[in-house]
Design a protein around this ligand. Structure first.
Ligand code: PFF
Length: 453
C-alpha cells in the first residue's frame, strides 16, 4: 500500500496543512487570555520555551513515527513497536482521542458558523446580558447547534473525500492565507481604537509577580494543545510527507506560524476589549459573549465597521476551526480506509456519521437532553476533560518514552534527514529531550491537573 500512498504535493502545502491543524480555536480563545492573566510577556517567554524544548521535540516524534510508518497512526506505531508489545495500542489511543475530539470540536466549530450567520443578520445586538442569553439559549437548543455541526462535518467530509492533495492541501492553501489576511485586518482595526495601548501593554508588559508553577504548567499544556500533539493529527499528516522533508525544520516553521497567530489573536482581542473597558475571559464565553459585545461597543461610532469586523472575526474563527477539524477527521478516515480496506469515500462516511453522532450527544447534553451527564458534568464537558486532560498527556508521555527508550536509536536517527554536519548534534539534543525533559514535564502537568500537587 505504501508505494501508491498519497502525499502532499509541495512543501508549502504540507506546512500550511499542518499549521492549519495547529492554528485553531485554542489560539484565539485560550492563548491571549492565558497571556493576560499569567503575567503577559513572562508567560509568552515561558510559552516559547515550552514550544522550543517540549512542543517541537514532541511534534518531531510524531513526524518520525508517521513518516516512518507511512500509514495511519495505529499502524504506524505498530510498525515501530516490538512484535506483540503493548506499544501498538498507543497509536490506537491517538486515533480514539482524535475521533472523540472531532465530534466535540465540530460542535464548537458549528457555533462559529451560527455566529457568522448571526453577525450577517445583525442579531448580535443588545447589552452584555442580552448577548449572554443569546448564547445560552442557542447552545442549549435542540436543533440549530446540531444543524450547524452537521453542516461543518459535511463540509469537512467533502474536503476529505477529495484526498490529500485535491482536498486537504488545496483547502489549506486557500484557507490559511485568507485567515492571515482577516487576522491582520482585525488587528489593525483593533489597535487603532482609542485606549488600545492599555490592551497592548496588558499583553506584553512582564509582570514577574504572577510567576509561579501554574504559569509553567499552563504554558506547557497550551503549547501541546496548540500544536495538536497526541491526537494522531501530526502523525497522520506526516505519513504523507516524503523522505525529502526535513522534519525538524518543518516543526520549527509550523510552530512559528502557530505562535504568530496566537500573538496576533491577542492583539486582536485585548486592544478592543480594553478600549471599551471590558475585562476579557477565556473559552467559549470570550468568543461568543464578550467579544460580540466588545465589537458592538468599540465601533459604536461607526456601526458598519463593527458589523463588518464581527462578520470577519467569525469567518476567521470558522476557518481556523475547519482546518483543525479536517486534520482530526483525516486521523480516523485514514484508519478506517487502511485497516478495513474501504474506499476513501466509505471510510470518510463512517467517520462523518460516527463523529456526528458524538457531536449530537455532546450538543444535546448542553440543554435539550441535560440528563446526558456523568457525575454532574455534561457529556460536552466530559469529552473536553477526558480527551484534553487525560488522553492527551498520556498519549504524549507514552510517545516520548516509545521513541526515547523503546525504538532502536538508529531507526529514529534514520529519520533525521537533510541536516548535513549538524545532524548528530541536533539528534543528540532531540533524544535527550524525548528521553528526559518531555516525559518528566508531561508527567508534571498531568499530576498537577489531577490535583496531585
Ligand atoms: N491545535 C488546535 C487548536 O489550537 O485549536 C486544536 C487541536 C486540533 C488539537 C487538532 C488537537 C488536534 F488534533
Amino acid at each position: 500500500m505504501s508505494e501508491s500512498r498519497a502525499g502532499f504535493g509541495s512543501k508549502l502545502g504540507l506546512i500550511l496543512a499542518t499549521a492549519g491543524s495547529a492554528v485553531g480555536l485554542g489560539n484565539v480563545w485560550r492563548f491571549p487570555y492565558m497571556t493576560g492573566t499569567d503575567g503577559g510577556a513572562v508567560f509568552i517567554l515561558i510559552y516559547f520555551f515550552c514550544i522550543l524544548f517540549l512542543g517541537i521535540p514532541c511534534m518531531v516524534s510524531e513526524f518520525i513515527i508517521g513518516r516512518h510508518g507511512a500509514s495511519n497512526t495505529a499502524r504506524a506505531y505498530a510498525k515501530m513497536a516490538p512484535k506483540g508489545s503493548f506499544w501498538r495500542w498507543v497509536g490506537f489511543l491517538g486515533v480514539a482521542t482524535g475521533f472523540l475530539i472531532t465530534g466535540y470540536y465540530a460542535v464548537v466549530a458549528g457555533w462559529c458558523l451560527q455566529y457568522m450567520y448571526a453577525s450577517a443578520a445583525n442579531q448580535l445586538q443588545g447589552d452584555h446580558a442580552a448577548i449572554a442569553s443569546y448564547f445560552t439559549d442557542f447552545s442549549a437548543s435542540a436543533f440549530l447547534p446540531v444543524f450547524w455541526t452537521a453542516i461543518i462535518l459535511l463540509f469537512t467530509h467533502y474536503v476529505i473525500i477529495h484526498g490529500v492533495r485535491g482536498g486537504i492541501e488545496k483547502a489549506s492553501k486557500m484557507f490559511m492565507p485568507t485567515l492571515f489576511v482577516l487576522l491582520l485586518v482585525i488587528v489593525v482595526s483593533s489597535c487603532m481604537l482609542p485606549g488600545a495601548g492599555k490592551g497592548i501593554s496588558f499583553l506584553f508588559n512582564p509582570d514577574f509577580s504572577k510567576l509561579n508553577s501554574n504559569v509553567f504548567l499552563d504554558a506547557l499544556g497550551q503549547s501541546f494543545y496548540s500544536l495538536s500533539i497526541a491526537m494522531g493529527c501530526i502523525c497522520t499528516y506526516a505519513s504523507y510527507f516524503s523522505r525529502q522533508t526535513n522534519l525538524l525544520k518543518s516543526a520549527v516553521q509550523i510552530s512559528i506560524i502557530d505562535s504568530v497567530v496566537a500573538i496576533l489573536a491577542g492583539l486582536m482581542i485585548f486592544p478592543a476589549a480594553f478600549s471599551v473597558g471590558v475585562s476579557p475571559d477565556s473559552g467559549p464565553s470570550l468568543i461568543f459573549i464578550t467579544l460580540p459585545h466588545v465589537f458592538q461597543q468599540a465601533f459604536s461610532g461607526v456601526p458598519v465597521l463593527g458589523y463588518v469586523l464581527s462578520l470577519l472575526f467569525y469567518a476567521l474563527l470558522s476557518l481556523a476551526a475547519i482546518t483543525s477539524l479536517i486534520s482530526l477527521h483525516e486521523v480516523s478516515t485514514a484508519f478506517f480506509y487502511e485497516e478495513l480496506h474501504l474506499t476513501r469515500k466509505k471510510a470518510a462516511a463512517i467517520v462523518t456519521g460516527g463523529t456526528l453522532t458524538v457531536g449530537l450527544f455532546c450538543s444535546l447534553s448542553l440543554g435539550a437532553m441535560s440528563s446526558l451527564s456523568i457525575a454532574g458534568h455534561s457529556l460536552f464537558d466530559v469529552f473536553d476533560f477526558v480527551t484534553g486532560q487525560i488522553f492527551l498527556p498520556i498519549g504524549g508521555f507514552l510517545t516520548c518514552i516509545f521513541l526515547g527508550w523503546v525504538v532502536p536509536r538508529n531507526v529514529v536517527k534514520d529519520e533525521f534527514t537533510n541536516w548535513g554536519t549538524l545532524r548528530s548534534t541536533l539528534f543528540g539534543a532531540y533524544i535527550f529531550s524525548v528521553r528526559y525533559v518531555c516525559p518528566l514535564s508531561i508527567l508534571a502537568i498531568f499530576l498537577h491537573q489531577l490535583g496531585v500537587f
